[in-house]
Design a protein around this ligand. Structure first.
Ligand code: CTP
Ligand code: CA
Ligand code: CA
Length: 647
């Protein structure tokens, strides 16, 4: 489309105008979360860990490959999926289904080693090795840098939402492109409440995008309005970003382009691999009604199960029939209205480019369990090295960010005991300090008795804070060598952050996360961190940062349904999937454990509702024992919501 095309009925006598006003168009430039023209994208890498291994090993694109962790598979590329290989089966079964498939074991830390490596015999040495997802974190960072490099520096807003996914708020960029393409949109007008002229009637060219069908009440013959044009421009941007990632780094990814985060995330998963899906505002109801609501962001996990049990339905269409009052009555006012809005496609959470790491976790499940302090100490050394490397990357040396608390969890007999202790302030954190603290709390847990045999040991650092406040000063620049040393010696100085990559900005705004921040190591720990996501927002996971005592917290393991155990088949009710080996079932459970924690953190940070009351037997203390909910009101419906035309 070009600006030379005439605007439809733009004369003063015209009666037909756009549904959108000049004011709303102006809000687009500000990425306002209530702007009805808002454009959000979600991009997710296809079979991510599998692609990482393909790129690393130089494997041709059509070769079946899966990533193995012990005997389980944790990622399966699309060519291998054609043979029926999935994450649900064991490596042995995969080998039977496709003898020529490459089954690449993840990198591991070997007991006593100082660095992870790819070990040929790792799969047979679960007792002495620990999984490292570092190689994938490194690739994740490169991909993020590439994506950011495609977007205008002053208009981009990128949120890393997991090890292989991002949200992009494209609103400001789309606004600037709209004005370039349609200069008439910036023509003078008397009143910001005036409606815009309609866009030219040219058929929109969606190229190869998968377009979700329109709602029943809409037809393709209806003239497009500016929200359609905006989303089309968003889709062009996403196509360019995906093409750059493909060209520069050889990765394929899938995208969803829609009006908000929730819809864009559902969109990116809609058609995979290597495709993008557009959900126009006029298609939202149609698109959502087919879904199980548990697939919706923040509606999986415990809250989702609670809703299924309460309202006896799994589908969005079933839940749409429940009146708002009843949702509120059963779920509480805040959660109820949040759910009511969400299943109607309303989500005003913002794309948060300042999402920062809240915690880091390094963990190991033991099979067989371990039985002595000596064994536990060896693993603590590895956890500390793992976490320390990630802390350095997060900027702990420059005092940009530092955790306040260190926590240790021991799983014994289906229950997890934990203790925590503050990390002394005023000293640069190093491996020795961390190891000494971890050993101290291990000693305390042991003193309380009943930890052996121990099935899982997890170490985390939480309560991350910006190390410094105050003026920008020298802090606006990357500190290296002597400067870094000076900063270390003066802990209360402001140390801003800067990108150190050639050709990138040399300065960032104070408070904004520089590129390093985005590339920071992930919150999840190994073994349970298939997610590798930031524990973001709300309370610090898993305890209130204010709680510096060393009280013992009991955490129960998530209970997954075990069906037909006699024939060695394990069933996960939540995923509706069976697992043939205890091994893969355990690793799946670990993944759920991490995901549940993360979902809950997310929900608390993005929605205003209080935590639902834990059910019987579920005393897991995740967001802090005071049940503090996140401060953000991003998920709250605001005035003007009714103006949004969701069909
Ligand atoms: N992951 C995992 N265990 C799971 C789910 C995910 O270890 N149960 C890891 C995977 O190995 C994966 C990464 O997290 O590569 C990203 O997960 P996800 O995006 O859900 O799956 P992909 O493997 O990337 O596949 P898809 O193409 O469906 O996105
Ligand atoms: Ca993915
Ligand atoms: Ca993902």
């Amino acid at each position: 489309m070009s600006s030379s095309q005439p605007f439809q009925q733009s004369s003063p006598t015209a009666t037909k105008r756009s549904r959108f006003t000049y004011r709303q168009l102006a809000h687009l430039a500000q990425s306002s979360t209530t702007c009805p023209l808002r454009v959000i994208a979600h991009i997710d890498l296809d079979a991510f860990y599998a692609q990482c291994e393909m790129v690393r090993l130089g494997v041709p694109e059509d070769t079946p490959l899966a990533v193995q962790q012990w005997q389980s598979l944790i990622a399966v590329n699309y060519p291998a999926r054609k043979f029926g290989i999935s994450r649900m089966i064991t490596a042995k079964e995969a080998r039977k289904l496709c003898p020529e498939a490459i089954l690449q074991h993840v990198a591991t830390w070997k007991e006593g080693d100082e660095k992870w490596a790819y070990h040929k015999d790792a799969f047979a040495n679960m007792a002495t090795h620990k999984v490292s997802l570092d190689p994938y974190r490194l690739e994740s960072r490169k991909i993020l840098a590439c994506m950011k490099g495609c977007l205008p520096a002053d208009l981009q807003r990128v949120e890393k939402a997991g090890i292989d996914e991002v949200f992009l708020d494209l609103s400001a960029q789309v606004h600037s492109i709209l004005l370039q393409r349609y200069p008439e949109l910036s023509s003078p007008h008397d009143d910001p409440a005036e409606f815009l002229p309609l866009p030219p009637t040219t058929v929109l060219d969606w190229q190869a995008d998968a377009l979700v069908d329109l709602d029943a009440s809409e037809t393709e013959d209806d003239d497009p309005d500016w929200d359609d044009v905006a989303i089309l421009i968003g889709s062009e941007i996403v196509r360019d970003v995906r093409a750059a990632v493909r060209k520069e780094l050889k990765y394929t990814c899938s995208g969803g382009i829609a009006h908000n985060k929730m819809l864009s995330k559902l969109g990116s998963a809609h058609r995979k691999p290597n495709q993008q899906t557009v959900i126009r505002n006029r298609a939202i109801q149609q698109f959502l009604s087919d879904f199980k609501f548990t697939k919706i962001r923040n509606l999986g996990g415990k809250l989702g199960s609670q809703i299924v049990a309460t309202f006896d339905t799994e589908t969005v269409s079933g839940l749409l029939e429940v009146p708002a009052d009843r949702l509120k009555q059963k779920l509480g006012d805040d959660t109820g209205s949040w759910v009511y809005q969400t299943i109607r496609g309303v989500d005003q959470s913002e794309v948060n480019s300042r999402t920062q790491i809240k915690s880091m976790l390094s963990a190991k499940s033991f099979q067989p369990s371990i039985n002595s302090r000596e064994q536990a100490s060896k693993w603590l050394r590895i956890f500390v090295s793992d976490i320390y490397a990630r802390l350095v990357e997060e900027g702990v040396l420059e005092n940009k960010r530092r955790p306040k608390t260190i926590n240790l969890y021991c799983r014994h007999g289906g229950q997890t005991k934990s203790r925590q202790t503050p990390i002394p302030q005023g000293k640069v954190i190093d491996e020795t300090i961390l190891f000494d603290l971890a050993s101290k709390i291990l000693g305390q847990i042991i003193l309380e008795g009943n930890v052996w045999p121990c099935a899982n040991l997890s170490l985390s650092v939480t309560g991350f804070e910006d190390g410094v406040t105050g003026n920008m000063g020298i802090g606006g620049f990357l500190l290296k060598g002597d400067d870094a040393k000076a900063a270390r010696e003066n802990e209360n100085r402001d140390v801003g952050e800067v990108e150190d990559r050639p050709g990138k900005r040399q300065k960032t705004e104070r408070g904004e996360r520089g590129i390093q921040g985005f590339f920071s190591p992930q919150g999840g720990g190994n073994e349970v961190d298939g997610l590798g996501e930031t524990h973001e927002g709300g309370g610090d996971w898993p305890f209130d940062e204010g709680d510096n005592t060393t009280a013992t917290h009991q955490i129960t393991s998530p209970q997954r349904e075990l069906k037909n155990a006699s024939i060695e088949s394990y069933f996960c009710k939540q995923c509706n999937e069976s697992f043939l080996s205890n091994d893969s079932f355990q690793s799946h459970n670990d993944w759920h454990f991490a995901k549940d924690l993360q979902d809950e953190d997310r929900r608390l940070s993005h929605t205003p509702q209080p935590r639902p009351k834990p059910g019987p037997g579920n005393t897991k203390n995740k967001a802090g024992k005071n049940g503090r909910s996140g401060g953000s009101s991003a998920g709250k419906a605001e005035k003007g919501q009714s103006k949004l035309n969701f069909g």
